[in-house]
Ligand binder design. Structure first.
Ligand code: AMP
Length: 132
C-alpha cells in the first residue's frame, strides 16, 4: 500500500505543493504548528528517516535549505526549525517550522486551523520563490 505521501507525489490526493524536483517534494503540513509549516519528503518511499541512504539525506538537506530560505522570507519568522518525528506517517519526512520562539516548534501545541484560502495564499507565496 503506497503511503499517503506517495499518493501526494502521484497527485492521487491534493496537497499544497511548494517545491519539487526529481527526488524530493515539499508541501504544507495540513495541521500546521505555525503558518508556513512545511514537510519535505523523498519521492522514494522509506519509512524511517534515518534509513534513507546517505546521498539522498545529504541532497534532501540541500533541497530543504532552499525551502527554508523561502519560508523565512515569506513568513518573516526569526528562524526555521527542523524536526523528524514520523509517528503518524510511515514515509520519511522533515518538518520545517517557522519560529519566533522555542515554543513554536512544540509538537504538543494545538495545531492551527487554516482555511483553504489561507493555505493557498502561503503555498502560492512559497511556490513563487521555489518553483521555476
Ligand atoms: P509525523 O509522522 O508524526 O511526523 O506527522 C505527520 C505529519 O504529516 C503531521 O504533522 C500531519 O499533519 C501531516 N500530514 C498528514 N497527512 C497529511 C496530508 N495529507 N497533507 C499534508 N500534511 C499531512
Amino acid at each position: 500500500m503506497p503511503s499517503i505521501f506517495s499518493k501526494i507525489i502521484n497527485r492521487e490526493i491534493p496537497a499544497y505543493i511548494v517545491a519539487e524536483d526529481e527526488s524530493f517534494l515539499a508541501f504544507l503540513d495540513i495541521n500546521p504548528l505555525t503558518v508556513g509549516h512545511t514537510l519535505v519528503i523523498p519521492k522514494k518511499e522509506v519509512d524511517y528517516f534515518f534509513d534513507v541512504d546517505a546521498d539522498s539525506l545529504a541532497a534532501m538537506m540541500v533541497f530543504s535549505k532552499n525551502v527554508a530560505a523561502a519560508i523565512k522570507k515569506t513568513t518573516n519568522c526569526e528562524r526555521v526549525g527542523m524536526a523528524v518525528l514520523g509517528f503518524e506517517v510511515p514515509h520519511a519526512h522533515l518538518h520545517l517550522v517557522p519560529m519566533n520562539g522555542m515554543n513554536d516548534i512544540n509538537f504538543a501545541n494545538p495545531k492551527l486551523k487554516l482555511s483553504k484560502e489561507e493555505f493557498a495564499e502561503v503555498a502560492n507565496k512559497l511556490s513563487i520563490l521555489l518553483i521555476k
